[in-house]
Ligand binder design. Sequence first.
Ligand code: ATP
Length: 320
Amino acid sequence: TQRFIWPMAQFGQIINMYQRARASSARMFGLMDEPSRVAETPDATDLEVREGRVEYDHVTFGYGGHEGVDESDAAETDEDEVIVEDIDFTVGGGETLALVGPTGAGKSTVLKLLLRMYDVDEGAIRIDGQDVREVTLESLRESIGYVSQDTFLFYGTVEENIRYGTFEADRDAVIEAAKMAEAHDFIQNLPEGYDTEVGERGVKLSGGQRQRISIARAILKDPDILILDEATSDVDTETEMLIQRSIDELAADRTTFAIAHRLSTIRDADQIVVLEDGEIVERGTHEDLLANDGLYSHLWGVQAGEIDELPQEFIERAQR
Ligand code: ATP
């Protein structure tokens, strides 16, 4: 499918309008690697993914009272403030669900609950009928791949960073994955190619390059469920289109959750869920939502350049 890329300046403007709470999605992958803060039940069994159907059953959650909550994030968070409320949807196996909404609406939080970084306060999340609280954390996280520009790179070689977790993959498989992720060319241009040390003490990679490493990692991992966390990209338009193509391929036959800021990247999603202030305010396909004349259609209008700015009513709602 033909895609077009929004001018980034305009995108930034929209995001700024909504800037009221700090974003925390940047740390998501880091969290994934930390020792878990949730307890595994003694009789936990391995998750068995069959279709890859994911069900959020009236999920409510707030950070208050949960262990390991980052104080800097919690600065503005009331002890028992509800962050996401009554989130209810089902994603069929192989389908894509996109989460859209202003900064701080709760998009990352919804997905942290799927990874079980925190437990829900009310409701349940099930994968093919299995409550995430009843399966082993290892099997849960092995089934889920995560792609982001803020991907955590540990101190090690590029190859080790791509192989991360997929120990059986040989170098050829790593290179193959890197090619599919449009990462091979820049990797070859690094001082020692695939043997270049990256991470905190190594060569610094740009956000776009880290994103491509994380795509290669996900291609190699071949997870049943994929989480795409789009961030403002600092790559050129052509690379952006190539990256989007490999992301589309990666998402094609597996259950995918996409957090999108640029609506152009998710217009083909099977379902789009619009979150505002932790609640689902709209849902449907791109066409459904355009017809709705709500937040989504106005955001779309702004991003497509059809309207100059978001109507005051939406700005006020976002700043509440
Ligand atoms: P963005 O688009 O900026 O990434 P988002 O929609 O993903 O935003 P979340 O990151 O889920 O929103 O944040 C929702 C709310 O939860 C915000 O008010 C945020 O400050 C708060 N929050 C996020 N992480 C934590 C945390 N670890 N501890 C306490 N509060 C948090």
